[in-house]
Design a protein around this ligand. Structure first.
Ligand SMILES: [Zn+2]
Ligand SMILES: [Zn+2]
Length: 348
């Protein structure tokens, strides 16, 4: 078969992932009657309002609840929003959709679509590696956030978490600590703080509501103190606390006292889980994304014979397509849509 005839692509500047005639993921495109929402990160939410009016929206229950906490009061009452269980096979048009966890954050999934002729196509979404279950497909759209051979981490995420806990305890002894991270990574950190550190945690009302959803789904996160409030005022004056900032929260502008930790692997060094920018400022390479070798391992695990690399959400799509062909001997090309956000776009 001509490899280019696999009906998969990423088609508009906001990154709508096409999987055959019936399904689009993480963006709006004209035609498909269903939209899969793989997770709630902003770079996957484009056109959601349009989709809500025109398409069947398919997601997991945690994603549905996170969306309600974040965006829209009318979601609970909409009949075109369908939460699937993991591995449940759902018929839409002439296709069948199955959602399987991809370890990226609460509720996040890979998408398998079985087409009428038996062809299996899929989308990784943003994914972590290793995974228990990779989708098995003929053709795959893969996230290319860490698609370059430079994006290698020679340490495990377990090691990062340990180093984070040690660093946090050391910094707390000197004053308050401010922690910034993306959704999902931040909730991992909150579990570690709750388990290992035990100090008051201050967060915005918005973040508090988001964390409540994680707690519903089994995350062991202690109660957070909402800021602003009287209690928060007392804790801030006391000076022994962690303050956390998630997506959508205003970041600290000028820290009068204490230190800051950013949780991100984006500018990390391959051999260093912790980077010290100054005595008061650190970055820990906690990430919910597979690195370069994890990405190749994932592609192999899916069995795909043809791969499209997402050229909208990562600047490394061309490089990744090149490496897939060279290292795996699998046909690959970047998606036809170019990145609209340009260089410097951050993974979400
Ligand atoms: Zn994401
Ligand atoms: Zn993303």
């Amino acid at each position: 078969m001509d490899m280019m005839s696999f009906p998969i692509d990423v088609v508009n500047p906001s990154g709508a992932v096409i999987l055959g005639p019936d399904v689009v993921c993480d963006g709006f495109a004209d035609g498909p009657s269903g939209r899969v929402q793989t997770h709630i990160h902003k770079d996957h939410m484009d056109g959601f309002e349009t989709s809500k009016g025109l398409q069947q929206i398919i997601l997991t229950e945690p994603t549905r609840q996170l969306l309600i906490a974040e965006y829209d009061a009318d979601l609970p009452y909409r009949t075109n929003i369908l939460a699937l269980r993991e591995f449940e096979r759902y018929a839409i048009g002439s296709s069948h959709v199955t959602l399987i966890s991809n370890g990226h954050m609460l509720g996040s999934v890979q998408v398998l679509v079985e087409l009428k002729d038996g062809m299996r196509v899929g989308y990784s979404g943003d994914f972590f590696w290793p995974l228990d279950n990779a989708i098995e497909v003929d053709a795959l759209v893969v996230d290319s956030t860490y698609g370059s051979p430079d994006s290698v981490r020679e340490f495990s995420q377990g090691e990062c978490e340990e180093r984070f806990a040690v660093l946090l305890r050391r910094l707390l002894a000197r004053g308050p600590v401010h922690i910034r991270a993306h959704r999902g990574t931040l909730q991992r950190a909150l579990q570690i703080i709750s388990d290992d550190v035990g100090c008051p945690i201050v967060a915005s009302k918005r973040l508090n509501e988001e964390v409540a959803v994680y707690r519903n789904f089994g995350y062991g996160i202690q109660p957070l103190i909402t800021h602003p409030s009287e209690t928060a005022k007392t804790v801030l004056a006391d000076g022994y606390y962690v303050r956390v900032y998630g997506t959508g929260d205003k970041n600290p502008v000028d820290l009068q006292s204490g230190s800051s930790i950013k949780l991100s692997a984006f500018f990390s060094r391959r051999d260093k889980p912790v980077l010290e920018h100054s005595e008061r400022s650190y970055c820990v390479a906690m990430s919910n994304h597979a690195d370069f070798f994890g990405t190749l391992d994932y592609i192999q695990a899916t069995g795909a014979r043809f791969v499209v690399t997402d050229n909208v959400r990562g600047p490394q799509a061309c490089r990744l397509a090149f490496e897939i062909q060279r290292r795996l001997g699998v046909e690959a090309r970047p998606s036809s849509e170019m990145a609209s956000r340009g260089w410097g776009a951050r993974p979400g």
